[in-house]
Design a protein around this ligand. Structure first.
Ligand SMILES: [Zn+2]
Length: 438
């Protein structure tokens, strides 16, 4: 039995194409796509009524642990700069996380992602009080929500050498687990917080772990000037030199932000194997500045850095900020970041994402966006930036299974889950309040 989506406006991000047509889904993949597909007796048929149907979106860099942070009490005082914000907010939050909080954060973060048409997340996790098994716990939450994930633990020395060893061990354990099963749903990268919180020996250890398993390192790089400044002050070399020496750029690593990498840094990185994750809303929220995307000669993916998983909101902000910052990027270049996020995740998971061709994963977003102006391959970017939004997400399929049907989660009682999450969020905030002030 197949699932057939009829009367759709098929929008393919990878091929940047738009066509009126139909899809047939068998099992976990798209079996046929075209102006008409066969419908057999017993097939489930969904009429898209002329609305856009597109591949599931991919969040190229996020922190699911921030899912319960919405509306939490502000930090005491007014932190200045990223380092103080991390100290006063995010490092207090991650220290308070236990495994149940990790799981509900991933579940709620995954659910919110589904409602925005996001079906895969590349996550960067930290929970210093509950490191061992935390990536399995994040996976469990995402699995209940119904998403795919690429996970890594933020290895760091900031909580001492034992925590660093535990972070490395968690990355290695989960990495081996993913490589052994290769199920197309979950994969691993070696997570690293940022160079300024790791010694040279620790950086070498994470790069060695990634190289041994032929995966990349997922790390924050030059998000704020403090990364380079602390590297120079404490380790006698700048962030790019340190990561170069460790071998991070020889790997297919994912660098989040790169906000303060210079033109000459990017010239050095042109022949590297890295991908940049651009997170414009987070950069604006932390007032760290605008990433010089015009200098980047490597693939760029789009991420939210923990501000939900609304990739179309992130795309629109990326566009406005590129205009405001005078980056001189085309709308198509920004949309390609969405496509690149899917390509990267697809490579890591071993499935084809971001496209609607036969053989691709059946990760679909059925919207209620029926264009009111002409829509074709030439102006697709204009519709994605100025027209289509998360509010248009109607039904979402991941791996051939409906996870949202007519805006309702198919995995259980969403209202009850939200009530449970609110109780857990209160518990998390209380734990944070009980933390000693820095
Ligand atoms: Zn981040």
């Amino acid at each position: 039995m197949a699932i057939v989506v009829r009367h759709a406006c098929l929008l393919d991000l990878d091929r940047r194409s738009v066509q009126a047509g139909e899809l047939s889904i068998r099992g976990a993949t798209i079996a046929a796509a075209g102006p008409r597909v066969e419908v057999a007796d017993g097939d489930e048929v969904l009429d898209a009524c002329g609305a856009v149907v597109m591949p599931g979106l991919v969040n190229g860099h996020t922190h699911l642990y921030s899912a319960l942070a919405t509306g939490m009490p502000p930090p005491a005082g007014a932190p200045h700069g990223l380092h103080e914000i991390l100290d006063a907010v995010w490092w207090r939050l991650d220290r308070a996380l236990d495994l149940p909080l990790c799981e509900i954060s991933a579940l709620i973060g995954g659910l919110e992602a589904l409602h925005c048409g996001t079906t895969t997340v590349i996550d960067h996790h930290a929970s210093p009080a509950a490191i061992d098994g935390s990536l399995d716990t994040i996976e469990a939450g995402l699995r209940i929500a119904g998403l795919r994930g690429i996970l890594g633990y933020e290895t760091t020395d900031r909580n001492g050498p034992d925590d660093c060893r535990a972070g490395l061990a968690e990355n290695e354990r989960y990495l081996r687990h993913c490589l052994a099963r290769q199920n197309g749903w979950f994969a691993a990268m070696v997570g690293v917080h940022a160079a300024f919180t790791l010694s040279d020996a620790s950086l070498a250890a994470v790069a060695d772990l990634a190289a041994r398993h032929q995966v990349g390192v997922h790390i924050h790089v030059a998000e704020d000037p403090c990364d380079d400044a602390i590297c120079r002050q404490c380790y006698g070399a700048g962030v790019v030199d340190r990561l170069t020496r460790a071998g991070v750029f020889d790997l297919p690593s994912l660098l989040a932000h790169g906000t303060h990498l210079t033109r000459s840094d990017w010239d050095r990185l042109t022949d590297s194997a890295i991908t940049l994750a651009h997170n414009p809303r987070s950069n604006m929220n932390n007032a760290v500045g605008y990433t010089p995307l015009g200098h980047v000669r490597r693939p760029v993916v789009l991420g939210t850095d923990g501000i939900g998983s609304d990739m179309l909101a992130e795309l629109a902000t990326a566009w406005y900020k590129s205009r405001d910052g005078g980056a001189g990027l085309s709308p198509d270049a920004l949309v390609d970041m969405l496509a690149e996020s899917a390509r990267l995740a697809g490579r890591l998971l071993g499935v084809r994402l971001g496209t609607l061709v036969p053989g691709a994963a059946a990760d679909l977003v059925v919207t209620d966006y029926v264009p009111t102006t002409p829509l074709d391959a030439d102006n697709l970017a204009g519709h994605l930036i100025f027209g289509l939004g998360a509010r248009h997400t109607r039904s979402v399929m991941v791996g051939g299974q409906w996870r949202l049907r007519d805006r309702s989660w198919t995995g259980g009682d969403e209202s009850e889950l939200r009530r449970r999450a609110t109780t857990e969020a209160r518990r998390l905030w209380d734990l944070m309040q009980a933390e000693p002030r820095p």
